[in-house]
Design a protein around this ligand. Structure first.
Ligand code: PLP
Length: 403
């Protein structure tokens, strides 16, 4: 039988190796299932979201409306409009203590795009990229798509899942081209202390390796942890790529706006790639981003205060469940409990556990397997306190029964 395209059903399309060696985000699978439940009218306690539940602040939305009214609808320069690149440098300097020039800045279609372009700009086939585990799901696939080889470096729950310079040293080989550091971390919420970060940078510099620091959650830190960029350290810039995003900080996930700060030759290479793929980031979004970075930061403080309240509640709730242990996340908006004592014949791993949890209690979580951390679940508290209470009730009931 022939399809509308004239292709026989049994014909196999030969896709590029690049596509075959990557996979669709595992986070999506359980969450898609949760969406199907919701579409059927089921009341799901959704701890899945990897994005703020807050709307984008009004001043940012108004800036976008103004940009539309002013017909800012044409192509822009590939690395972004000059005022926005300057605003990124100024904001990063004021908030995080760096000192970048506009030529060392590129605006991208989200933080993921910045990481992807950086990987494509630097990696040759066989180059290794050290990825501390548990890791954000996209790092290994981005590295593979860019022809690199992911090398996983385990961090320890007893140490709050922080990346340590001493461990990093042992993971480096002559092929290591990039080390990724994500602080605060998705999924663990781990924050690398500034003095440790300084040592990590030294290890990378000594080894001639790039340090790619993903600062996507920089402004969501709790307790003694404070927003910090390794780019604030003297002499840090020569081997450093900062990937940043407005997605989480300003509740702008759908707008698609991020940036990279890096030595000019790297920014130029990323710009070249961008010029032949996506071109400039969305023009209206760039004007909205300009307002985000130049305007008041009070909405960020309000979101942070609410996340902090929820974090306290959810940690207390989880720790009250027998057999569940949980490190104290110092940043981002996730908790990462260890539920391995509850694994059983019906749910022998975290993926199966997440499925059973969804089926039985209509609670959506992301399995730790997706982040290279079996026996864990990622629970997002980017949801209302009322939903957190409901979700905790269901989790307590579920694990009470399963234990
Ligand atoms: N880095 C981390 C650790 C993330 O969790 C995410 C999004 O979930 C991103 C980068 C990319 O965010 P975006 O592309 O929306 O800026």
């Amino acid at each position: 039988m022939e399809s509308a395209t004239g292709m026989k059903a049994e014909e196999i399309i030969e896709l590029a190796d690049r596509v075959n060696r990557i996979s669709v985000s595992q986070t999506m699978m359980v969450l898609q299932e949760a969406e199907r439940y919701k579409a059927r009218g089921v009341d799901v306690a959704d701890f899945g979201p990897g994005e703020p539940d807050f709307p984008t602040p009004d001043n940012i939305k108004l800036a976008a409306i103004k940009a539309l009214e002013e017909n800012r609808t044409k192509y822009t320069a590939t690395p972004g409009i000059a005022p926005l690149r300057q605003a990124v440098c100024d904001w990063h300097a004021a908030q995080l203590g760096s000192s970048y020039q506009i030529t060392e800045c590129i605006v991208t279609s989200g933080g993921k795009h910045a990481i992807y372009n950086a990987a494509c700009a630097l990696l040759n086939s066989g180059d290794e990229v050290v990825i501390p585990a548990p890791y954000w799901v996209s790092y290994p696939d981005i590295v593979k798509a860019a022809d690199g080889t992911p090398v996983f470096l385990e961090t320890r729950a007893e140490d709050g899942f922080r990346l340590r310079a001493a461990d990093l040293k042992k993971a480096l080989t002559p092929k290591t081209k990039i080390v990724i550091a994500n602080s605060p971390s998705n999924p663990t919420g781990a924050v690398i202390p500034p003095d440790e970060f300084a040592q990590i940078l030294e290890v990378c510099k000594k080894h001639g390796t790039w340090l790619l620091t993903d600062e996507c959650y920089s402004h969501f830190t709790y307790g003694d942890a404070k927003p910090f960029s390794v780019a604030s350290l003297p002499g840090s810039k020569e081997r450093l790529i900062v990937a940043g995003s407005l997605s989480k900080t300003f509740a702008m996930t759908g707008w698609r706006i991020g940036y990279a700060l890096a030595p000019k030759p790297v920014v130029d290479a990323m710009t070249k790639l961008q010029s032949q793929s996506t071109s400039n980031p969305n023009s209206i979004t760039q004007y909205a981003g300009l307002e985000a970075l130049r305007g008041p930061m009070d909405s960020v403080a309000k979101m942070l205060a609410e996340y902090a309240r929820r974090r306290e509640r959810i940690l207390a709730g989880l720790r009250a469940i027998p057999g569940v242990t949980c490190t104290t996340p110092e940043g981002a908006f996730y908790v990462f409990p260890n539920i391995s004592t509850h694994l059983n014949a019906e749910a022998p791993d975290s993926t199966a556990m997440a499925r059973v949890l969804l089926e039985r209690e209509h609670v959506a979580v992301v399995p730790g397997d997706a982040f290279g951390a079996p026996g864990h679940l990622r629970i997002s508290y980017a949801t209302s306190m009322e939903r957190i209470e409901e979700g905790l009730r269901r989790l307590a009931r579920f694990f009470g029964r399963a234990a």
